[in-house]
Design a protein around this ligand. Sequence first.
Ligand SMILES: *Cc1c(COP(=O)(O)O)cnc(C)c1O
Length: 423
Amino acid sequence: MKHADAPVTLADCSALDAADPLAGKRGEFHLPEGVIYLDGNSLGPLPKGVERRVVDLIRRQWGEDLIVSWNKHGWMDLPAKVGARIARLVGAEPEAVISADSTSVNLFKLVCAALALNPGRMTILSDSGNFPTDLYIAAGAASLMNHGAAALMDQGVSLRVVTPEAVLDAIDSDTALVMLTHVDYRTGRVHDMAAITAAAQAKGALMLWDLAHSAGALPVELAGCNADFAVGCSYKYLNGGPGAPAWLYVAPRHQPAARSPLSGWLGHAAPFAFDLDYRPAEGIGRFICGTPNMLSLVALDAALDAFDGVDMAMIRTKSMALGDLFIRLVEQECEGFALGSPAEAVQRGSQVSLRHRQGYAIMQALIARGVIGDFREPDVLRFGLCPLYVRYADIWAAVQHLKAVMVGAEWQRTEFQTRAKVT
Ligand SMILES: *Cc1c(COP(=O)(O)O)cnc(C)c1O
Protein backbone atom coordinates (compact mmCIF):
# COMPACT_ATOMS: atom_id res chain seq x y z
CA MET A 1 0.00 0.00 0.00
CA LYS A 2 1.32 3.35 -1.02
CA HIS A 3 1.60 6.15 1.50
CA ALA A 4 -1.17 8.71 0.98
CA ASP A 5 1.33 11.56 0.62
CA ALA A 6 3.60 9.80 -1.87
CA PRO A 7 3.55 11.34 -5.36
CA VAL A 8 1.06 9.80 -7.76
CA THR A 9 2.70 8.03 -10.70
CA LEU A 10 1.57 6.94 -14.15
CA ALA A 11 1.69 3.36 -12.87
CA ASP A 12 -0.86 4.26 -10.18
CA CYS A 13 -3.15 5.66 -12.86
CA SER A 14 -2.77 2.60 -15.06
CA ALA A 15 -3.61 0.37 -12.10
CA LEU A 16 -6.81 2.35 -11.54
CA ASP A 17 -7.72 1.86 -15.21
CA ALA A 18 -7.08 -1.87 -14.98
CA ALA A 19 -9.53 -2.10 -12.07
CA ASP A 20 -12.16 0.24 -13.59
CA PRO A 21 -15.56 -1.45 -14.04
CA LEU A 22 -16.50 1.16 -16.67
CA ALA A 23 -13.32 0.67 -18.73
CA GLY A 24 -15.15 -1.30 -21.42
CA LYS A 25 -17.47 1.63 -22.18
CA ARG A 26 -14.75 3.65 -23.83
CA GLY A 27 -14.82 1.34 -26.85
CA GLU A 28 -18.40 2.44 -27.57
CA PHE A 29 -17.22 5.94 -28.48
CA HIS A 30 -15.38 7.29 -31.49
CA LEU A 31 -12.45 9.19 -30.00
CA PRO A 32 -9.97 10.67 -32.47
CA GLU A 33 -6.36 9.45 -32.33
CA GLY A 34 -4.06 11.65 -30.30
CA VAL A 35 -6.84 13.53 -28.54
CA ILE A 36 -7.59 13.59 -24.83
CA TYR A 37 -11.15 14.77 -24.72
CA LEU A 38 -12.04 16.70 -21.59
CA ASP A 39 -14.91 18.72 -23.03
CA GLY A 40 -17.77 16.24 -22.96
CA ASN A 41 -19.53 18.69 -20.67
CA SER A 42 -19.95 20.97 -23.71
CA LEU A 43 -20.29 18.46 -26.54
CA GLY A 44 -20.17 14.76 -25.82
CA PRO A 45 -18.17 12.64 -28.30
CA LEU A 46 -19.76 10.48 -30.99
CA PRO A 47 -21.07 7.12 -29.79
CA LYS A 48 -20.27 4.52 -32.44
CA GLY A 49 -23.85 3.28 -32.72
CA VAL A 50 -25.19 6.68 -33.82
CA GLU A 51 -24.03 6.59 -37.42
CA ARG A 52 -25.75 3.31 -38.26
CA ARG A 53 -29.05 4.50 -36.78
CA VAL A 54 -28.95 7.87 -38.54
CA VAL A 55 -27.99 6.30 -41.87
CA ASP A 56 -30.81 3.78 -41.46
CA LEU A 57 -33.23 6.59 -40.72
CA ILE A 58 -32.13 8.45 -43.84
CA ARG A 59 -31.84 5.56 -46.30
CA ARG A 60 -34.48 3.08 -45.29
CA GLN A 61 -37.03 5.03 -43.27
CA TRP A 62 -37.07 8.46 -44.86
CA GLY A 63 -35.68 7.27 -48.20
CA GLU A 64 -37.88 4.23 -48.79
CA ASP A 65 -40.81 4.35 -46.39
CA LEU A 66 -41.33 8.08 -46.61
CA ILE A 67 -44.23 9.52 -44.61
CA VAL A 68 -45.44 6.08 -43.54
CA SER A 69 -42.44 6.09 -41.20
CA TRP A 70 -44.21 8.31 -38.67
CA ASN A 71 -46.27 5.24 -37.77
CA LYS A 72 -44.28 2.34 -39.17
CA HIS A 73 -41.00 3.29 -37.50
CA GLY A 74 -42.51 4.86 -34.40
CA TRP A 75 -41.25 8.33 -35.16
CA MET A 76 -44.20 9.94 -33.38
CA ASP A 77 -43.55 7.95 -30.21
CA LEU A 78 -39.85 8.70 -30.04
CA PRO A 79 -40.00 11.94 -27.97
CA ALA A 80 -41.72 10.04 -25.15
CA LYS A 81 -39.55 6.94 -25.56
CA VAL A 82 -36.36 8.98 -25.37
CA GLY A 83 -37.87 10.93 -22.48
CA ALA A 84 -38.43 7.71 -20.53
CA ARG A 85 -34.82 6.64 -21.12
CA ILE A 86 -33.57 9.99 -19.80
CA ALA A 87 -36.03 9.75 -16.88
CA ARG A 88 -34.14 6.71 -15.59
CA LEU A 89 -30.93 8.73 -15.48
CA VAL A 90 -32.46 11.62 -13.51
CA GLY A 91 -34.64 9.69 -11.09
CA ALA A 92 -37.90 10.73 -12.72
CA GLU A 93 -41.14 8.87 -13.38
CA PRO A 94 -40.83 7.48 -16.95
CA GLU A 95 -43.98 9.24 -18.14
CA ALA A 96 -42.92 12.60 -16.73
CA VAL A 97 -40.08 13.40 -19.17
CA ILE A 98 -40.30 14.28 -22.84
CA SER A 99 -37.60 15.10 -25.34
CA ALA A 100 -38.25 18.29 -27.28
CA ASP A 101 -36.87 21.60 -28.47
CA SER A 102 -33.82 23.24 -26.90
CA THR A 103 -33.09 23.77 -23.22
CA SER A 104 -33.76 27.49 -23.66
CA VAL A 105 -37.18 26.90 -25.23
CA ASN A 106 -38.08 24.34 -22.57
CA LEU A 107 -37.12 26.81 -19.86
CA PHE A 108 -39.49 29.31 -21.38
CA LYS A 109 -42.33 26.80 -21.48
CA LEU A 110 -41.83 25.75 -17.87
CA VAL A 111 -41.25 29.23 -16.43
CA CYS A 112 -44.53 30.37 -17.96
CA ALA A 113 -46.35 27.23 -16.82
CA ALA A 114 -45.02 27.62 -13.28
CA LEU A 115 -45.98 31.28 -13.00
CA ALA A 116 -49.51 30.44 -14.09
CA LEU A 117 -49.71 27.68 -11.48
CA ASN A 118 -48.69 30.04 -8.69
CA PRO A 119 -50.80 33.17 -9.26
CA GLY A 120 -50.41 36.23 -7.10
CA ARG A 121 -46.72 35.66 -6.55
CA MET A 122 -44.52 37.92 -8.60
CA THR A 123 -40.91 36.83 -8.20
CA ILE A 124 -38.79 34.35 -10.10
CA LEU A 125 -35.76 33.70 -7.91
CA SER A 126 -32.47 32.54 -9.39
CA ASP A 127 -28.76 32.84 -8.66
CA SER A 128 -25.74 34.45 -10.21
CA GLY A 129 -24.18 31.02 -10.81
CA ASN A 130 -26.90 30.24 -13.30
CA PHE A 131 -26.21 29.90 -17.00
CA PRO A 132 -26.96 33.13 -18.89
CA THR A 133 -29.68 31.67 -21.12
CA ASP A 134 -31.66 30.64 -18.03
CA LEU A 135 -31.63 34.20 -16.74
CA TYR A 136 -32.33 35.72 -20.15
CA ILE A 137 -35.29 33.41 -20.72
CA ALA A 138 -36.72 34.06 -17.25
CA ALA A 139 -36.40 37.81 -17.75
CA GLY A 140 -38.03 37.48 -21.17
CA ALA A 141 -40.90 35.40 -19.82
CA ALA A 142 -41.41 37.88 -16.97
CA SER A 143 -41.55 40.87 -19.30
CA LEU A 144 -44.01 39.05 -21.55
CA MET A 145 -46.28 38.39 -18.57
CA ASN A 146 -46.13 42.05 -17.67
CA HIS A 147 -47.78 43.05 -20.92
CA GLY A 148 -50.85 41.15 -19.75
CA ALA A 149 -53.01 41.16 -16.66
CA ALA A 150 -50.18 41.43 -14.13
CA ALA A 151 -49.22 44.84 -15.49
CA LEU A 152 -52.76 46.09 -14.89
CA MET A 153 -52.39 45.15 -11.24
CA ASP A 154 -49.38 47.44 -11.14
CA GLN A 155 -46.99 44.80 -9.85
CA GLY A 156 -45.31 42.93 -12.65
CA VAL A 157 -43.43 39.66 -12.47
CA SER A 158 -39.73 40.18 -11.93
CA LEU A 159 -36.56 38.12 -11.90
CA ARG A 160 -34.48 38.38 -8.75
CA VAL A 161 -30.90 37.12 -8.90
CA VAL A 162 -28.95 36.51 -5.68
CA THR A 163 -25.66 34.76 -4.96
CA PRO A 164 -25.80 30.95 -4.80
CA GLU A 165 -25.25 31.03 -1.03
CA ALA A 166 -28.12 33.49 -0.50
CA VAL A 167 -30.83 31.50 -2.31
CA LEU A 168 -32.36 29.80 0.72
CA ASP A 169 -32.80 33.04 2.65
CA ALA A 170 -34.16 34.88 -0.36
CA ILE A 171 -37.19 32.64 -0.84
CA ASP A 172 -40.24 34.47 0.49
CA SER A 173 -44.02 34.73 0.22
CA ASP A 174 -43.72 36.53 -3.12
CA THR A 175 -41.58 33.83 -4.73
CA ALA A 176 -43.55 32.05 -7.43
CA LEU A 177 -40.67 29.99 -8.75
CA VAL A 178 -37.13 29.15 -7.71
CA MET A 179 -35.15 28.38 -10.84
CA LEU A 180 -31.61 27.07 -10.44
CA THR A 181 -28.98 25.12 -12.30
CA HIS A 182 -27.98 22.13 -10.20
CA VAL A 183 -24.31 22.04 -11.24
CA ASP A 184 -22.67 25.42 -11.83
CA TYR A 185 -21.26 25.41 -15.37
CA ARG A 186 -18.18 27.41 -14.40
CA THR A 187 -17.14 25.90 -11.09
CA GLY A 188 -18.95 22.58 -10.99
CA ARG A 189 -20.42 23.45 -7.57
CA VAL A 190 -23.47 21.29 -6.80
CA HIS A 191 -26.60 22.73 -5.21
CA ASP A 192 -28.37 20.60 -2.59
CA MET A 193 -31.42 19.69 -4.65
CA ALA A 194 -33.43 18.07 -1.89
CA ALA A 195 -32.87 20.84 0.66
CA ILE A 196 -33.54 23.75 -1.70
CA THR A 197 -36.62 22.08 -3.21
CA ALA A 198 -38.04 21.46 0.25
CA ALA A 199 -37.29 25.03 1.37
CA ALA A 200 -38.90 26.51 -1.75
CA GLN A 201 -42.02 24.40 -1.36
CA ALA A 202 -42.26 25.14 2.37
CA LYS A 203 -42.60 28.80 1.41
CA GLY A 204 -45.18 28.06 -1.27
CA ALA A 205 -42.83 28.42 -4.26
CA LEU A 206 -42.40 25.98 -7.13
CA MET A 207 -38.97 24.58 -8.00
CA LEU A 208 -37.43 24.28 -11.45
CA TRP A 209 -34.06 22.58 -11.84
CA ASP A 210 -31.80 22.93 -14.87
CA LEU A 211 -29.88 19.67 -15.10
CA ALA A 212 -27.76 20.56 -18.15
CA HIS A 213 -24.57 19.61 -16.32
CA SER A 214 -26.13 16.86 -14.21
CA ALA A 215 -28.00 14.44 -16.48
CA GLY A 216 -25.64 11.59 -17.26
CA ALA A 217 -22.95 13.06 -15.01
CA LEU A 218 -24.16 12.25 -11.51
CA PRO A 219 -27.16 10.62 -9.85
CA VAL A 220 -30.18 12.88 -9.58
CA GLU A 221 -33.48 12.08 -7.86
CA LEU A 222 -36.11 14.36 -9.35
CA ALA A 223 -39.02 12.35 -7.97
CA GLY A 224 -37.19 11.61 -4.72
CA CYS A 225 -36.64 15.35 -4.17
CA ASN A 226 -40.25 16.12 -5.06
CA ALA A 227 -39.07 18.57 -7.74
CA ASP A 228 -41.79 20.38 -9.65
CA PHE A 229 -40.06 20.97 -12.97
CA ALA A 230 -36.74 20.31 -14.67
CA VAL A 231 -35.02 20.81 -17.99
CA GLY A 232 -31.77 19.50 -19.39
CA CYS A 233 -29.46 19.32 -22.36
CA SER A 234 -28.75 16.18 -24.36
CA TYR A 235 -25.59 17.19 -26.20
CA LYS A 236 -23.42 17.41 -23.08
CA TYR A 237 -23.04 14.32 -20.86
CA LEU A 238 -25.76 12.46 -22.80
CA ASN A 239 -23.66 12.61 -26.00
CA GLY A 240 -26.68 13.19 -28.27
CA GLY A 241 -24.78 15.30 -30.81
CA PRO A 242 -24.56 19.01 -31.64
CA GLY A 243 -27.91 20.68 -31.00
CA ALA A 244 -29.52 17.40 -29.85
CA PRO A 245 -33.12 17.81 -28.68
CA ALA A 246 -33.31 18.81 -25.02
CA TRP A 247 -35.74 17.37 -22.49
CA LEU A 248 -38.14 18.58 -19.85
CA TYR A 249 -39.77 17.19 -16.72
CA VAL A 250 -43.13 18.06 -15.19
CA ALA A 251 -44.01 16.28 -11.94
CA PRO A 252 -47.06 14.05 -12.51
CA ARG A 253 -49.07 16.00 -9.90
CA HIS A 254 -48.77 19.16 -12.03
CA GLN A 255 -49.46 17.60 -15.40
CA PRO A 256 -53.26 18.06 -15.41
CA ALA A 257 -53.04 21.79 -14.69
CA ALA A 258 -49.70 22.83 -16.20
CA ARG A 259 -50.04 24.50 -19.59
CA SER A 260 -47.42 25.20 -22.18
CA PRO A 261 -47.47 28.76 -23.49
CA LEU A 262 -46.36 27.32 -26.85
CA SER A 263 -49.65 25.56 -27.57
CA GLY A 264 -48.61 23.95 -30.81
CA TRP A 265 -50.53 21.30 -32.67
CA LEU A 266 -48.44 18.34 -31.55
CA GLY A 267 -49.20 19.13 -27.93
CA HIS A 268 -52.91 18.94 -28.79
CA ALA A 269 -55.02 16.10 -27.43
CA ALA A 270 -55.82 15.04 -31.00
CA PRO A 271 -53.36 16.64 -33.42
CA PHE A 272 -54.78 14.89 -36.43
CA ALA A 273 -58.36 15.93 -35.72
CA PHE A 274 -57.24 19.39 -36.92
CA ASP A 275 -59.65 21.10 -34.51
CA LEU A 276 -59.72 24.85 -34.66
CA ASP A 277 -59.51 25.07 -30.85
CA TYR A 278 -56.58 24.03 -28.75
CA ARG A 279 -57.10 21.26 -26.23
CA PRO A 280 -53.92 20.13 -24.47
CA ALA A 281 -52.93 16.47 -24.55
CA GLU A 282 -53.15 14.49 -21.34
CA GLY A 283 -49.84 14.27 -19.55
CA ILE A 284 -46.39 15.45 -20.53
CA GLY A 285 -47.21 15.30 -24.27
CA ARG A 286 -48.81 18.74 -24.02
CA PHE A 287 -45.32 20.21 -23.67
CA ILE A 288 -44.45 19.18 -27.20
CA CYS A 289 -44.91 22.11 -29.55
CA GLY A 290 -44.22 21.15 -33.16
CA THR A 291 -42.84 18.29 -35.23
CA PRO A 292 -39.88 16.54 -33.60
CA ASN A 293 -36.53 16.72 -35.35
CA MET A 294 -36.14 13.06 -36.25
CA LEU A 295 -32.54 13.14 -37.51
CA SER A 296 -31.37 14.52 -34.18
CA LEU A 297 -33.77 12.56 -32.04
CA VAL A 298 -32.75 9.21 -33.48
CA ALA A 299 -29.10 10.14 -32.91
CA LEU A 300 -29.88 10.89 -29.28
CA ASP A 301 -31.80 7.62 -28.89
CA ALA A 302 -28.81 5.70 -30.22
CA ALA A 303 -26.40 7.69 -28.03
CA LEU A 304 -28.36 6.74 -24.91
CA ASP A 305 -27.43 3.09 -25.52
CA ALA A 306 -24.11 3.93 -23.86
CA PHE A 307 -25.98 4.21 -20.56
CA ASP A 308 -27.69 0.83 -20.87
CA GLY A 309 -26.79 -1.35 -17.92
CA VAL A 310 -24.88 1.50 -16.29
CA ASP A 311 -25.78 2.57 -12.81
CA MET A 312 -25.38 6.32 -12.19
CA ALA A 313 -23.76 5.51 -8.84
CA MET A 314 -20.91 3.79 -10.71
CA ILE A 315 -20.49 6.84 -12.91
CA ARG A 316 -20.41 9.07 -9.86
CA THR A 317 -17.80 7.00 -8.07
CA LYS A 318 -15.43 7.16 -11.02
CA SER A 319 -16.19 10.81 -11.71
CA MET A 320 -15.24 11.80 -8.17
CA ALA A 321 -12.05 9.73 -8.37
CA LEU A 322 -11.09 11.31 -11.71
CA GLY A 323 -11.65 14.77 -10.24
CA ASP A 324 -9.64 14.08 -7.11
CA LEU A 325 -6.82 12.64 -9.21
CA PHE A 326 -6.81 15.65 -11.52
CA ILE A 327 -6.66 18.11 -8.62
CA ARG A 328 -3.92 16.13 -6.88
CA LEU A 329 -1.81 15.86 -10.03
CA VAL A 330 -2.12 19.57 -10.84
CA GLU A 331 -0.93 20.37 -7.32
CA GLN A 332 1.91 17.89 -7.69
CA GLU A 333 3.07 18.82 -11.19
CA CYS A 334 2.09 22.44 -11.92
CA GLU A 335 2.38 25.89 -10.41
CA GLY A 336 0.33 29.05 -10.68
CA PHE A 337 -3.19 27.63 -10.85
CA ALA A 338 -5.97 28.21 -8.35
CA LEU A 339 -8.66 25.61 -7.94
CA GLY A 340 -11.90 26.99 -9.37
CA SER A 341 -14.04 24.09 -8.14
CA PRO A 342 -14.96 22.82 -4.69
CA ALA A 343 -12.10 20.73 -3.30
CA GLU A 344 -14.56 18.19 -1.88
CA ALA A 345 -15.63 15.70 -4.53
CA VAL A 346 -19.20 15.42 -3.20
CA GLN A 347 -19.69 19.13 -3.79
CA ARG A 348 -18.44 18.97 -7.39
CA GLY A 349 -20.17 17.84 -10.57
CA SER A 350 -18.22 15.91 -13.18
CA GLN A 351 -15.75 18.69 -13.96
CA VAL A 352 -12.76 20.41 -12.48
CA SER A 353 -12.07 24.09 -13.13
CA LEU A 354 -8.72 25.77 -12.72
CA ARG A 355 -8.23 29.50 -12.64
CA HIS A 356 -5.35 31.40 -14.19
CA ARG A 357 -5.09 34.95 -15.51
CA GLN A 358 -3.77 33.59 -18.81
CA GLY A 359 -6.43 30.88 -18.89
CA TYR A 360 -7.57 31.52 -22.45
CA ALA A 361 -4.10 31.27 -23.99
CA ILE A 362 -3.16 28.30 -21.82
CA MET A 363 -6.26 26.42 -22.98
CA GLN A 364 -5.48 27.18 -26.63
CA ALA A 365 -1.94 25.85 -26.15
CA LEU A 366 -3.34 22.72 -24.50
CA ILE A 367 -5.80 22.18 -27.35
CA ALA A 368 -2.90 22.49 -29.82
CA ARG A 369 -1.33 19.57 -27.93
CA GLY A 370 -4.51 17.51 -28.30
CA VAL A 371 -5.90 18.04 -24.81
CA ILE A 372 -9.36 19.52 -25.36
CA GLY A 373 -11.00 21.38 -22.51
CA ASP A 374 -12.59 24.80 -22.70
CA PHE A 375 -12.33 28.29 -21.33
CA ARG A 376 -14.98 30.38 -19.60
CA GLU A 377 -14.64 34.06 -18.82
CA PRO A 378 -12.94 35.59 -17.02
CA ASP A 379 -10.17 33.12 -16.16
CA VAL A 380 -11.62 29.61 -15.95
CA LEU A 381 -10.04 26.55 -17.60
CA ARG A 382 -12.73 23.90 -17.55
CA PHE A 383 -12.08 20.16 -17.76
CA GLY A 384 -15.02 17.80 -18.13
CA LEU A 385 -14.30 14.33 -16.77
CA CYS A 386 -16.72 11.85 -18.33
CA PRO A 387 -16.39 8.42 -16.73
CA LEU A 388 -17.72 6.54 -19.75
CA TYR A 389 -14.61 7.27 -21.82
CA VAL A 390 -12.00 9.21 -19.83
CA ARG A 391 -9.25 7.02 -18.34
CA TYR A 392 -7.17 7.71 -15.27
CA ALA A 393 -4.09 7.58 -17.51
CA ASP A 394 -5.66 10.34 -19.64
CA ILE A 395 -5.70 12.55 -16.56
CA TRP A 396 -2.04 11.82 -16.04
CA ALA A 397 -1.23 12.69 -19.66
CA ALA A 398 -3.39 15.83 -19.64
CA VAL A 399 -1.60 17.18 -16.57
CA GLN A 400 1.78 16.41 -18.15
CA HIS A 401 0.73 18.46 -21.20
CA LEU A 402 -0.44 21.28 -18.93
CA LYS A 403 2.91 21.22 -17.18
CA ALA A 404 4.74 21.37 -20.53
CA VAL A 405 2.61 24.32 -21.68
CA MET A 406 3.59 26.21 -18.52
CA VAL A 407 7.23 25.19 -18.25
CA GLY A 408 7.86 25.95 -21.93
CA ALA A 409 5.71 29.13 -21.82
CA GLU A 410 3.93 27.82 -24.91
CA TRP A 411 0.83 29.85 -24.11
CA GLN A 412 2.75 33.06 -24.88
CA ARG A 413 2.75 32.32 -28.61
CA THR A 414 0.75 34.93 -30.53
CA GLU A 415 -1.59 32.41 -32.17
CA PHE A 416 -2.99 31.50 -28.76
CA GLN A 417 -3.88 35.05 -27.78
CA THR A 418 -6.92 35.92 -29.91
CA ARG A 419 -10.43 34.82 -28.96
CA ALA A 420 -12.34 32.69 -31.47
CA LYS A 421 -16.09 33.07 -31.97
CA VAL A 422 -16.90 29.97 -29.92
CA THR A 423 -14.80 29.56 -26.77
C1 LIG B 1 -25.62 24.28 -21.88
C2 LIG B 1 -26.68 24.93 -21.06
C3 LIG B 1 -27.82 25.46 -21.66
C4 LIG B 1 -27.93 25.47 -23.15
O1 LIG B 1 -29.17 25.84 -23.64
P1 LIG B 1 -29.45 25.65 -25.19
O2 LIG B 1 -30.84 26.11 -25.35
O3 LIG B 1 -29.23 24.21 -25.51
O4 LIG B 1 -28.48 26.46 -25.96
C5 LIG B 1 -28.81 25.98 -20.83
N1 LIG B 1 -28.67 25.99 -19.49
C6 LIG B 1 -27.55 25.50 -18.89
C7 LIG B 1 -27.43 25.52 -17.42
C8 LIG B 1 -26.53 24.97 -19.67
O5 LIG B 1 -25.42 24.50 -19.09
